[in-house]
Design a protein around this ligand. Structure first.
Ligand code: ZN
Length: 412
């Protein structure tokens, strides 16, 4: 990596704005408030020092750059120069000049020159790869307010890529919260860890960091990965519209519940039930909060306690998981377990084959073709995932093309 440090006149940096990318994918979104921006401009006009800017050179002639560090400072400078905001009303004078409420074009010449020629210390990194730049970014951000998920997004590896793609799942858009500071990524990472651990577990930042580190080679087509997408698809079908009850703290529990139910129970067509039940549950919780403490449902008080602090601890996640499942099964006492035996045995297959005379009963792709013993499938008439039992009565002969067509048509 080549580093070149030199002072750039501020007006030059404004002049090549189009060639500077302030949003490479490891950067955080703009979050500076107006007073923070004004303070920076005030500092520059007074000629005080500001921290160095780090850019990575991404192209030559014309030179282009990614901002590694200093994105917010650059934006604040550009916006002020473009007249987007003024200095604060209570700004102190500089060298006898009034600054209060002035915009860039209103600055007295002396101060505008001071601004335009202010030397910005820029470190340009060239001949460097993404990995090195990420590493540098993490170091530069260390000790600042950069949040944990932003740091994880700056890591490399297939787990990070997988979580980033999960965070784009449309289900998240239907939740009440937004993706500011990578909330979607954070929750997607927690869901992934719960799936990898096979159920409730600690989902603290340290646990998520460890997962990113240890699963750098995570296979986005693995059974776990597919399961996570299947649960999110299910949730999207259950909550197809923006749902204010889907809060930051309860989505993870809802995920864990649906993941568990999909694994073991017949909830194939229960999307509406799950939505209605969940909204009722949240409504009941809010009603309880309004009651005087002595007549409140004590379990809802405990639930409230669990969603109020240490929400990412194993204890809280497990308690809420069991609580939601308990409430769910009270509301839907007829939810059935899937038959734990999924495949027909040799004896069952023989009985089915003889009974049907080896003739395909499915007839989606054929008119009832006669199958050879070593080239047919035992098909569940009522699909297994819908609670169909693995019994001869629920089995039928299917030719291979019909079986493929039937299983392909089944959605989540
Ligand atoms: Zn057939």
């Amino acid at each position: 990596m080549d580093t070149n440090k030199k002072p750039w006149p501020l007006s030059t940096v404004c002049g090549i704005k189009e060639r500077i990318n302030t949003n490479p994918d490891f950067q955080r979104p703009a979050v500076w408030s107006q007073p923070q921006k004004q303070l920076l401009i005030d500092t520059i006009i007074r000629g005080y020092d500001i921290p160095k800017l780090y850019w990575r050179k991404t192209g030559s002639r014309p030179d282009t750059y990614d901002v590694v560090d200093g994105q917010q400072r650059l934006r604040a400078i550009w916006e002020f120069q473009a007249g987007v905001y003024a200095l604060p009303r209570d700004a102190d004078p500089v060298d006898g000049f009034h600054l209060a409420s002035l915009r860039y074009t209103d600055l007295p010449d002396e101060l505008r020159i001071q601004f335009d020629t202010y030397p910005l210390d820029v470190v340009v990194l060239s001949d460097t790869d993404e990995e090195e730049v990420r590493e540098m970014f993490l170091r530069l951000q260390n000790g600042t307010t950069l949040k944990a998920q932003e740091k994880r997004n700056a890591m490399s590896g297939k787990m990070r890529d997988f979580i980033k793609s999960l965070a784009k799942h449309p289900f998240f858009e239907n939740c009440r919260f937004s993706n500011s500071r990578y909330t979607f990524d954070h929750i997607a990472a927690q869901m992934t860890l719960i799936e990898i651990e096979g159920g409730p577990c600690h989902v603290k930042n340290s646990n998520l960091n460890k997962m990113y580190e240890e699963q750098k080679e995570f296979d986005e087509n693995s059974a776990k990965a597919r399961k996570i997408r299947r649960v999110l698809d299910y949730l999207l079908k259950a909550f197809p519209e923006k749902t204010p009850e889907l809060e930051r703290y309860n989505v993870i529990s809802l995920y864990a519940m649906v993941s568990h139910l999909l694994e073991q129970y017949v909830i194939q067509d229960r999307h509406d039930d799950i939505r209605n039940w969940f909204i009722q549950f949240e409504t009941y919780k809010d009603e309880q909060r309004k009651l005087p403490e002595d007549i409140r449902d004590p379990l809802m008080t405990s639930y409230h306690d669990k969603i109020s602090h240490s929400t990412d601890s194993y204890e809280s996640i497990l308690w809420r998981h069991n609580f939601l499942l308990e409430k769910f099964f009270i509301a839907f006492p007829n939810i059935e377990l899937k038959d734990p035996q999924r495949l027909f045995t040799y004896e069952q297959r023989r009985a089915i084959f003889r009974r049907d005379n080896g003739v395909c009963q499915v007839k989606i792709k054929c008119d009832g073709v006669k199958c050879e013993w070593d080239n047919w499938q035992a098909d569940h008439i009522i699909p297994w995932s819908k609670g169909g039992k693995t019994v001869v009565e629920n089995g039928q002969v299917s030719c291979v093309p019909c079986n493929l067509a039937k299983s392909g048509s089944q959605v989540v």
